[in-house]
Design a protein. Structure first.
Ligand code: MN
Length: 251
């Protein structure tokens, strides 16, 4: 099995290395990852600027790797379109930080998995609930292994990308895997205003997340209780229930 590993934190991120190490147990791994951090880029693609692919020996001679000047979605496109390496499985992450609820819309980690799903490639995004670049990924690696064994034994359809979030706990305190749905919530944006050396103001976005959903079938509930959240995503953003409602009221 050929496995493409990508991420949004960049090719030198420890979470990517942690994922590569586990992926190696399952097949022939290659890496296409951004050459710089791309968190929060969502599903952006590069139009009007050149895209570059730099071969990298960062994972040793047995794992071909490329640093890409573009976004996570660009990485997937270049892997299949330029390198001609269509994977049997695409893994993205392990992200340094959570990707629950509406974070899916902002996440570069998940955009790589969703891009894979667009192309009919079974795709899974992994995130650890720890934003530190020095985070300990040892428990997360064991969870990735467990999720992949489950996933490969009972494959989801290739157009259903999985969003896996892992609590930042020792392995002995992680209570197991739960299939979840995306909780409703929002970011409350706050901006820190500062002044640059030329006297011009600039702003740091330092929002916090507010959950609006306490139900026990959500990703947030599972993570708060110490479970791994596995949320199957939809590519189709059409509001089908509203369409049905609309058709009913038109009659
Ligand atoms: Mn990230």
């Amino acid at each position: 099995m050929r496995i493409l590993v990508c991420n949004d934190d960049g090719i030198s991120a420890r979470g990517l290395r942690a994922l590569v190490e586990v992926a190696q147990e399952f097949g022939q791994v290659f890496v296409v990852a951004p050459d710089k951090p791309q968190s929060g880029m969502g599903h952006a693609i590069s139009i009007g600027v050149p895209l570059r692919l730099y071969p990298s020996s960062i994972f040793g001679s047995s794992i071909p790797a490329w640093a890409c000047s573009g976004t996570p979605a660009d990485c997937v496109k270049l892997a299949t379109g330029v390198l001609g390496l269509r994977p049997d499985l695409l893994l993205s992450g392990i992200n340094h930080g959570a990707n629950f609820s509406i974070s899916v819309f902002y996440s570069g980690t998940l955009s790589a998995a969703i891009e894979g799903a667009f192309e009919g490639i079974p795709s899974v995004g992994f995130s650890l609930l720890n934003y530190s670049m020095e985070a300990d990924f040892s428990a997360a690696q064991a969870i990735v292994r467990e999720v992949l064994l489950m996933y490969l034994a009972h494959p989801f359809p290739p157009h259903v990308p999985l969003n896996v979030n892992i609590p930042d706990l020792p392995l002995s305190e992680i209570r197991g895997l739960r299939l979840t749905r995306q909780a409703r919530g929002r970011f409350i944006e706050q901006f820190e205003k500062r002044i640059d050396p030329y006297g011009e103001p600039y702003y740091w976005m330092v929002g916090r997340f507010e959950s609006q959903d306490t139900a026990s079938d959500t990703d947030i509930w599972a993570l708060e209780k110490g479970y791994v959240s596995i949320c199957p995503l939809l590519i189709d953003l059409t509001n089908h229930s509203f369409l049905q409602h609309w058709e009913a009221v038109q009659r």
